[in-house]
Every structure is written in structure tokens, then in C-alpha cells.
Design a protein around this ligand. Structure first.
Ligand code: PHE
Length: 336
């Protein structure tokens, strides 16, 4: 029996080393350490050995068994930590792949693209200009000389005495007119900057400038183009009204209101109970601007307008705080 125990010990040690996964380990356990395993069989022979030999052989058998059980536990722990364990979950190659979430355009970009598409459909060409602009284009060439009180409206970020962050997209009127002779029909989308921040103002926002120059352009043409735009952008039946206003680079000037899209004109918090919402500034281009760019003010007339993109996006989607556009909260952004 002693020889048999040693043989079993050697055989079991080798079998354990040869077990490379959970299945193999379980087979080992059943074969050697199980209730009907080889070890139990050898132990049964203990009843046949002479009484004097029993304590020594019994102890030997226990020592061997204990050693094997410890070796088994150690091997099990070792395999559980390795990737070869078959019991561990394996990749199911028939499952469909996991799609990475798609990114999409910012709501303000979406609205800007929609606005541009409408005007492009009306034959306007798109031009872009610099965010860092000369005082000359932002103010002087637009009939706003140094110290003119209209500069106060703009809360300008200055880079130096003559360089600034553009406060509106109107400088693109001048840049475009300097480059090409009339007729001209253009829009200029882009970022603008003003030192201002509250629930309806952010220091950076977006405008789309539009302008058209030709012979005999009238205020009626301006009204027609803007009416078509508003009908396409909002509901077809959205009412529109022109209120007299002032800009140094347009004469006459107007601010344009649309019937409140939230309460449909009944009067609510968003329209401050007036039933109307201001959405843009516009007018006929001032002859002084034509003189600046070398156009003959007696031969040509034109109109211009400037639209705030955030304003339009807020009305379209019923957003009450402009700052939400710039907090980069994915719960907000993913809704568009
Ligand atoms: N540039 C003006 C603004 O930002 C808007 C405007 C554009 C007004 C064109 C008239 C003509 O306030």
C-alpha cells in the first residue's frame, strides 16, 4: 500500500500540472480526490494492512491527501487568474458589434446652416470674414467714426487701438463691396463678440449678415426677402412687423419683429406680454457706406440685415437661457 500511495502521489502531481483549465481541474478533482476517486480506493485498503502498520500508513495517506488538496487549490487560484480558464466568459463572435455613438452638429450650427440654406435658395452667395477685425471695417467704414456714440452699443473687446474682435458681421458688407462691383447678393455667417453676459447674452454669439446691392433696390425688396425667410424658418403664418430704428450704416433702419412663436401673439413671459419678438436689424444701406467703398450712391441702392442665430435657435426650440448653448452639457446637446 505504501508503494501504491507514492505512485498515486507522483501521478496526481503530474496530472495537476497538466490541467490547464477549469474543465481539466474538475476532471482531476473527480478522478483523484472525489468520493469515488482513486485516493479513496487506496485508503480503503487501509483496512487490510496489519494493525501495527496502520497508524504510520494512515498518517502517510493523510499527508499525501492534504498535499494534493493544497496543490489543487493553488492550481485552481492560479488558473482563475489566467485567461485560459475555459469557465470564464468568452467573446461571442456572433453578437452584432457595438456602435460608437455618432457626434452631431451643435444646435447653433444646425440653425446657422438652415438659415444659410434658405438664403442660398434665394440666390445669395456665402462669404466668411475674420473674427479679429480692424476698427476700420467694424466701425469707420460703416459710418461710425471714432467717438461716435453708436460705439457704446457694442461693448467692444479691443486687441489694440485699431484691432478688435468684430462686434457684428456688418464689416463683411464693406469687405465684399470693396472686392466686387454691383450687383451683389451675399450672406456672411460667423461669430461675433461683445463684452456682455446674462440669460440673453453671451460674450460670443453668431450672426448671419445679408446684403443685396443693385439698381432700384427698395425697402419693399427687403420686406419681401425677409418675409420669405421667416415663412420658411418658422410657421408659414408667422406675422412680421417692421419698427423704425437706427443704425449708422442703414437709412432708413428698422428692427423686425415676428409674432411670438411661444404664445402665438396672446402675450406671455417670453414676449413680455407684447405678443412680438425682435429677431433682426435691417435697413437700406446708407449712401455714406457706398461712398466709402467707391460705389456710386446715385446709381445704386441696397438693403442689409443682421440676424442673431442664438436668438432664432432659442425661439425655434423654446430655450429660455442662452448660456445653455455654451455649457457643453451632453444631456442638452444630444436633444438636437
Ligand atoms: N449689425 C447690426 C447689429 O449687429 C445689425 C444690422 C445689420 C442692422 C445690417 C442693419 C443692417 O446690431
Amino acid at each position: 500500500m505504501e508503494a501504491e500511495l507514492h505512485r498515486l502521489q507522483t501521478e496526481a502531481r503530474a496530472a495537476l500540472t497538466a490541467s490547464v483549465n477549469a474543465l481539466g481541474l474538475e476532471a482531476f478533482r473527480v478522478k483523484y480526490l472525489g468520493r469515488k476517486g482513486l485516493f479513496t480506493t487506496v485508503m480503503r485498503a487501509l483496512g487490510d494492512v496489519p494493525v501495527a502498520e496502520r497508524p504510520r500508513l494512515g498518517k502517510l495517506a493523510n499527508d499525501v491527501r492534504q498535499e494534493l488538496e493544497e496543490a489543487f487549490a493553488a492550481r485552481e487560484a492560479e488558473l482563475a487568474g489566467s485567461q485560459m480558464a475555459v469557465g470564464a466568459p468568452r467573446s461571442d463572435l456572433t453578437l452584432p458589434g457595438r456602435l460608437a455613438p455618432f457626434g452631431k452638429s451643435h444646435p447653433v450650427t444646425q440653425v446657422m446652416e438652415e438659415v444659410c440654406a434658405i438664403f442660398e435658395g434665394l440666390g445669395f452667395a456665402v462669404a466668411e470674414g475674420p473674427d479679429v477685425e480692424l476698427d476700420y471695417y467694424n466701425f469707420e467704414a460703416l459710418n461710425i467714426p471714432p467717438h461716435h456714440p453708436a460705439r457704446d452699443m457694442h461693448d467692444t473687446f479691443y486687441v489694440s487701438d485699431s484691432v478688435l474682435l468684430r462686434t457684428h458681421t456688418s464689416p463683411m458688407q464693406v469687405r465684399a463691396m470693396q472686392k466686387a462691383a454691383p450687383p451683389l447678393r451675399m450672406i456672411a455667417p460667423g461669430k461675433v463678440y461683445r463684452c456682455d453676459s446674462d440669460i440673453t447674452h453671451t460674450p460670443m454669439f453668431h450672426q448671419v449678415e445679408g446684403f443685396l446691392v443693385d439698381r432700384k433696390v427698395s425697402f419693399g425688396d427687403l420686406k419681401g426677402v425677409l418675409s420669405v425667410f421667416i415663412a420658411k424658418m418658422f410657421d408659414k403664418k408667422t406675422p412680421i412687423r417692421f419698427r423704425p430704428s437706427f443704425f449708422p450704416f442703414t437709412e432708413p433702419s428698422a428692427e423686425v419683429d415676428i409674432g411670438c412663436v411661444i404664445c402665438k401673439g396672446e402675450g406671455c413671459r417670453v414676449c413680455k406680454k407684447t405678443g412680438w419678438l425682435e429677431i433682426l436689424g435691417a435697413g437700406l444701406i446708407d449712401p455714406a457706406v457706398f461712398k466709402m467703398v467707391g460705389y456710386d450712391p446715385d446709381a445704386y441702392t441696397g438693403f442689409a440685415f443682421g440676424l442673431g442665430m442664438e436668438r432664432i435657435a432659442m425661439l425655434k426650440y423654446g430655450i429660455t437661457d442662452i448660456r445653455m448653448f455654451y455649457e457643453n452639457d451632453l444631456r442638452f446637446l444630444s436633444q438636437f
